[in-house]
Design a protein around this ligand. Structure first.
Ligand code: COA
Length: 217
């Protein structure tokens, strides 16, 4: 691998040695795409983030909307996870006018799904006004490229409720593949709840070693 390259290269500050993940406590790297800036979190993001998390259209496939306090606590967790893991969720801002659009990024493997390999997950959430422009796919492409090029991941996964067709369409536009044998019941959703069955999509780094186990780097 040659480290930061392609759409992430102009502002990719982590990855002098691409095998070594971002350092804990290092500044959140910025990624620039054709129309977007993926950046660190600021206090001014808390208000539009809370509005997004209180919108029933955005939260249709989640168990509940978030209160302002819950949304702020989520920001705090996101920032803490960047610091602890060296990767995480970026704010996605429209480059042309600086508007907060949502978030995209990488999340640490879950540990409570029996049998699931330790996948780093790519995820997204955008305000309704930002839907229908290709922003989620554009941002996620940059996040995935960073995960492969800078973190050295061999495979990245994404999952959602069966009915979340818009999110599944982002996964498909990214070139992720879906094998129904990977699907699972989310252990944190009550048995019998319609949001409990989840689909899992995977994307392998094009030059990953064929023998590299799923979800590792
Ligand atoms: C999931 C979510 C991010 C998808 O948003 P989205 O706008 O459908 O996805 P994209 O940003 O990739 O945009 C794709 C759409 O923009 C259109 N588009 C318009 N201009 C475009 C352009 N210049 N380039 C690319 N696509 C463009 C595409 O045709 C496509 O439209 P379609 O859905 O009618 O086919 C959004 O629905 C969301 O935030 N949902 C709530 C949170 C959530 O469920 N997150 C996932 C939890 S796992």
């Amino acid at each position: 691998m040659d480290g930061c390259r392609g759409p992430v290269s102009p502002n990719c500050r982590v990855g002098e040695n691409p095998i070594v993940p971002a350092q804990s406590g290092a500044p959140i790297p910025r990624l620039v795409t054709e129309r977007l800036l993926l950046r660190e979190w600021r206090d001014a993001d808390r208000e539009p983030f809370a509005e997004m998390n209180a919108d029933p259209r955005v939260m249709e496939h989640f168990p509940a909307m978030l209160s302002r306090a819950e949304s702020d606590a989520f920001v705090d967790r996101i920032v803490a996870r960047w610091s602890a893991n060296g990767y995480g969720l970026w704010v996605v801002e429209r480059a042309a006018d600086g508007v907060f659009l949502g978030f995209t990024g990488l999340a640490a493997p879950v540990v409570d799904v029996p049998g699931m390999p330790p996948f780093v997950e790519v995820g997204w959430r955008f305000a309704v006004d930002a839907w229908g422009h290709g922003y989620a796919t554009e941002a996620a492409r940059a996040a995935v490229a960073w995960g492969f090029d800078v973190l050295g991941l061999d495979e990245i996964a994404s999952w959602t409720t069966v009915a979340n067709l818009k999110s599944r369409a982002v996964m498909e536009r990214l070139g992720m593949t879906h094998d129904p044998s990977d699907d699972f019941e989310h252990p944190r959703v009550p048995i019998g709840h319609p949001q409990r069955p989840h689909v899992l999509y995977r994307l392998r780094r094009p030059d990953a070693r064929p023998d590299a186990p799923s979800g590792t780097r």
